[in-house]
Design a protein around this ligand. Structure first.
Ligand SMILES: Cc1cc2nc3c(=O)[nH]c(=O)nc-3n(C[C@H](O)[C@H](O)[C@H](O)COP(=O)(O)OP(=O)(O)OC[C@H]3O[C@@H](n4cnc5c(N)ncnc54)[C@H](O)[C@@H]3O)c2cc1C
Length: 382
C-alpha cells in the first residue's frame, strides 16, 4: 500500500457520494486520498424525476455538481470507466489508468429498453431523464384515452416509484379536468403490487391506487410492444401513451470484469465485500439476498447505508482497528399520494433474520420530510 491509501469510488450516485463523504468526514487528506469517477458531473435524487414530470421542478434547478467534491479534497474525474482490473488493482477510463488500494463499486443499474422489442419505438422510459419533458408535454395535452404504466423487468429501482408516478399523473389529470376521460392502467409482472414489501403493504398500496381509479393488472409478463399495444405472455392490452420501467442490468464493465454473470448483479453479503481483497460493491449494482427469492430492493436509501458501512470498514482498516460493521438493512421509501400528502414504507430487511415492512399514514408532514430528504442529500454530499 502506498503511503497515503487511495480509495477509488466508481460512480457518484447515492452509494458513491455517501461513501466518499463518510470517509472524508472521518479522515483528512493526509490519511486517505479519495477519488470519485463518474461519466456525468451531476447528481440528482431519483424521485425528482417525478417532480419534473408533474412540472413542480426542472432538471436545471434539481442537480448538484460533482465538481463541488473538490472543496472537500475529494478528487472528481468525469470520465467513462472502461475496465476494472481486479488483479492489478487499477481502473481504466477513456483517458486514464488509476490505481487503487481500496475500490468501492457503486455504478448503479443500467436501463435496458432495447431488451423489449418495440419498446423504444412505441413508448417512453419513465426512468430516463431525457424522456421526462416529453412525458410531461404528453400529460399536459392528453384529453382522453388510455395511459399504461408498465413494469417490464424485475428487479427495478425504487419499487414504489411507478405507483407514485401513477398517483401523481392521476393528480395532474384531475387538476386539468380530464381525469374522467383518461384511463390509467398499471401492469406488473409480479402477483402483488410490492413483493419486496410483503402482502400487507402490497394490499395497502393496491387500495391506495384503486381509490384513485388506477387499475392494477398483476402477473403481466411483457414480451414486446407494438404501436399502441402491449403484448404480454398471456394477454394483450391497448394504450395511447406508454410509460415503461424497462429491464435493469449491471453496466457492461461489471460483466467484463467477471464480478457478475450476464443479466445479474454483483452478489454481496452484508459486509459488501467481493471475492477480491479491498474491493467492495454497493447499491443498485449489487444483489444482496435477504431470504430465499428476496433481495434488498434497489433504492438510494440502501445504497447510502451500504456506502456508509463500507466506508466505516475501510476507515477501521486504515486505522489498523479490528472493528467492522455490517449493513443494517434499515430504510424508508416515500410514496406521494398526489393529494399533497405522502406516506413512508418503512423497511427493516434483517430484523431477526426476517424482513419487516410497514406503511405509515398519508400526511402532509411526510411530504415535507420527503422534500427535506432531497435537500439534505444535496447539501451534505456536495
Ligand atoms: C423515479 C425514481 C424514484 C426514486 N425514488 C426513490 C426514493 O424515493 N427513495 C430511494 O431510496 N430511492 C429512490 N430511487 C432509487 C435511487 O435513485 C437508486 O436506487 C439510487 O440512485 C442507487 O444508487 P447507486 O449509487 O447504487 O447508483 P446511482 O445513483 O445510479 O449511481 C451510479 C453512478 O454510476 C455512474 N456510472 C455507471 N456506469 C459508469 C461508467 N461506465 N463510467 C462512469 N460512470 C458510470 C452513473 O453515471 C451514476 O452516476 C428512485 C429512482 C427513480 C428512477
Amino acid at each position: 500500500m502506498a503511503n497515503i491509501p487511495h480509495v477509488v469510488i466508481l460512480g457518484g450516485g447515492f452509494g458513491g457520494l455517501s461513501a466518499a463523504n463518510e470517509l472524508r468526514n472521518a479522515l483528512p487528506s493526509s490519511q486517505v486520498k479519495i477519488t470519485v469517477i463518474d461519466k456525468k458531473d451531476w447528481f440528482m435524487v431519483g424521485f425528482v424525476k417525478l417532480w419534473i414530470i408533474n412540472g413542480t421542478r426542472t432538471f436545471e434547478n434539481s442537480t448538484g455538481s460533482l465538481n463541488e467534491l473538490q472543496k472537500k479534497e475529494i478528487d472528481f474525474i468525469k470520465d467513462e470507466i472502461l475496465s476494472i482490473n481486479l488483479e492489478d488493482k487499477n481502473v481504466t477510463t477513456k483517458t486514464k489508468e488509476i490505481s487503487f488500494d481500496f475500490l468501492i463499486i457503486s455504478m448503479g443499474a443500467v436501463l435496458a429498453p432495447q431488451r423489449i422489442p418495440g419498446l423504444e419505438q412505441n413508448g417512453f422510459n419513465l426512468y430516463d431523464h431525457n424522456h421526462l419533458l416529453e412525458i410531461r408535454k404528453k400529460l399536459e395535452s392528453i384529453e382522453s384515452g388510455k395511459i399504461a404504466i408498465s413494469i417490464m423487468g424485475m428487479p427495478y429501482k425504487c419499487p414504489p416509484a411507478p405507483f407514485e408516478a401513477s398517483l401523481l399523473i392521476d393528480s395532474m389529470l384531475r387538476k386539468r379536468g380530464v381525469r374522467d376521460s383518461v384511463q390509467i392502467d398499471f401492469y406488473s409482472p409480479a402477483p402483488i403490487t410490492l413483493p419486496a414489501a410483503g402482502l400487507e403493504v402490497s394490499k395497502q398500496i393496491l387500495e391506495l391506487v384503486n381509490s384513485e381509479q388506477i387499475v392494477f393488472h398483476n402477473s403481466c409478463k411483457i414480451k414486446s410492444v407494438e404501436s399502441k399495444k402491449l403484448i404480454f405472455e398471456n394477454s394483450e392490452a391497448d394504450f395511447d401513451l406508454l410509460l415503461a420501467v424497462p429491464p435493469h442490468i449491471a453496466p457492461k464493465v461489471i460483466y467484463d470484469s467477471g464480478l457478475a454473470k450476464a443479466s445479474g448483479f454483483i452478489p454481496i453479503d452484508r459486509d459488501c465485500k467481493t471475492p477480491f481483497e479491498n474491493v467492495f460493491a454497493i447499491g443498485d449494482v449489487t444483489s444482496l439476498t435477504v431470504v430465499e427469492n428476496m433481495a434488498v430492493p434497489k433504492a438510494g436509501i440502501f445504497a447510502e447505508g451500504e456506502g456508509i458501512t463500507v466506508a466505516k470498514n475501510i476507515i477501521s482498516k486504515i486505522q489498523s482497528k479490528e472493528e467492522s460493521v455490517l449493513f443494517d438493512g434499515k430504510g424508508g421509501c416515500f410514496i406521494e399520494s398526489g393529494r399533497d400528502t405522502a406516506s413512508v414504507i418503512e423497511v427493516d430487511m434483517f430484523s431477526q433474520s426476517k424482513p419487516t415492512t410497514s406503511l405509515t399514514e398519508l400526511t402532509s408532514d411526510n411530504l415535507s420530510k420527503k422534500i427535506e430528504f432531497e435537500k439534505e442529500r444535496l447539501s451534505k454530499w456536495l
